[in-house]
Design a protein around this ligand. Structure first.
Ligand SMILES: [Zn+2]
Length: 409
């Protein structure tokens, strides 16, 4: 099982310069190769292989451009490997070999977006508080948690808020947790992030909504600055930092929730949501994309694999919100604003989301008798407190939180 471990790194000014040079070279090799592939495509020719591209855009170009020799060569090769993989994913998605959301063809990389460079093999060295990269040097690294085993690769990332990270891929063994004999169905929603089949309701922090005003202000300021000026870059950084903060708060919440679920339940059942379709069509697109359903699913699935739990996804066409979870009577489709209803057959009074969550679990485990503790729960919904987190953030102490938000998947 592969896992990703991400740590913050703090390169010096000189190292930042060298890293930027490396990112630039990776980008150059990628963009040149992509342009070449596009050209061949237009004239109806086949896509060149990875080896062909390496010969032409690394070996040959190095003879012509001296600056390409100033950076380590593994990341350049990895960049072309990524391009090859991007094409494979695109082709497989077109032919239907690859399931899921349609993959778009590879795009040109911009200087302005997130930058990455990957080192593999014995190319880099991991030290006590330093990470050695060829032709860059020893960069300060903060080991917020121990690496599980010898990493197979490390990706150096510079995000749009100008933070640097090292993301290691390591092979990990599953660590099965003791059985709890409990299973849970989860209904994901807009007003309540997750409703569990035991009646628990979990509300997501809505960082985007809260920070929207601030974000709009920063963006207005940004728009007024002149492109290429120092003030422009400063204003851009402010917007990017706020975005990064929002992302961190969401990730922290999702990590906490998914860990909690995986610890307490042997089997976790979710409904397959057409998230991309909903984001496109729904009025509250902003609210939905902010909630991070997809990220929640990815995290939960990865943690289930790691801790030996069962992860199930049921078909989205199951009538989970129409059926009475008490007697099975199908009361027909209900408008989204109907939050509570009474079954016409057995008279049971239902909270819409809890009823759906119970039905989601029942699809997988038909015999389970689940009590809906609606009365007690509705009065006293459980909310994961994020107040402590946001307060710490307000005082600028983000180090602690970054440890917790590091990637698992
Ligand atoms: Zn009923």
């Amino acid at each position: 099982m592969k896992a990703r471990y991400k740590y913050r790194i703090y390169p010096s000014q000189i190292q930042i310069k060298k890293l930027n040079q490396l990112f630039g070279c990776c980008r150059y090799v990628w963009n040149q190769s992509l342009a070449y592939c596009n050209q061949l495509y237009i004239s109806g020719e086949k896509k060149p292989s990875y080896t062909d591209l390496t010969k032409q855009f690394i070996t040959q170009t190095k003879k012509e451009l001296a600056w390409l020799k100033e950076v380590a060569s593994t990341p350049l090769q990895q960049s072309l490997k990524d391009l090859d993989q991007a094409y494979k994913n695109f082709f497989n998605s077109c032919t239907g070999k690859r399931k899921g959301i349609k993959v778009k063809p590879p795009k040109f990389k911009s200087r302005k977006s997130r930058q990455t460079a990957r080192f593999v093999g014995a190319n880099y060295k991991v030290g006590q508080d330093k990470l050695y990269l060829p032709k860059v040097g020893k960069i300060k690294i903060v080991w917020s948690r121990p690496l599980a085993s010898q990493p197979t690769s490390v990706t150096i990332i510079k995000d749009s808020a100008n933070r640097y990270f090292a993301s290691f891929v390591v092979e990990t063994l599953p660590e099965p947790l003791p059985n709890t004999e409990n299973s849970i169905g989860i209904d994901l929603g807009i007003s309540t992030f997750a409703t569990l089949s035991n009646g628990q309701k979990i509300f997501a922090p809505k960082p985007l909504k809260k920070s929207l005003k601030k974000l709009a202000k920063f963006q207005r300021k940004f728009a007024r600055t002149e492109v290429g000026s120092k003030r422009h870059e400063k204003a851009r950084l402010k917007v990017a930092k706020l975005h990064a903060k929002i992302k961190d708060i969401r990730a922290y919440f999702l990590h906490k929730l998914s860990t909690n679920l995986v610890t307490n339940y042997d089997c976790i059942v979710l409904e397959d949501l057409n998230v991309s379709g909903m984001v496109r069509n729904h009025k509250s697109a902003l609210a939905i994309s902010d909630l991070g359903w997809r990220q929640f699913r990815t995290l939960t699935e990865a943690k289930c694999e790691k801790y030996g739990r069962e992860f199930r996804v049921i078909n989205r066409w199951e009538p989970t919100s129409q059926k009475c979870s008490n007697c099975g009577f199908r009361g027909g489709k209900k408008e989204l604003n109907v939050r509570e209803w009474t079954c016409l057959s057995c008279g049971a009074h239902h909270d819409r989301d809890i009823n759906a969550a119970v039905n989601i679990l029942e699809v997988v485990q038909p015999k389970t008798k689940v009590k809906t503790a609606k009365e007690t729960v509705a009065e006293n919904p459980v909310q994961l407190s994020l107040f402590a987190l946001s307060r710490r953030r307000a005082f600028g102490d983000t180090k602690q939180d970054e440890e917790k938000t590091s990637d698992w998947s």
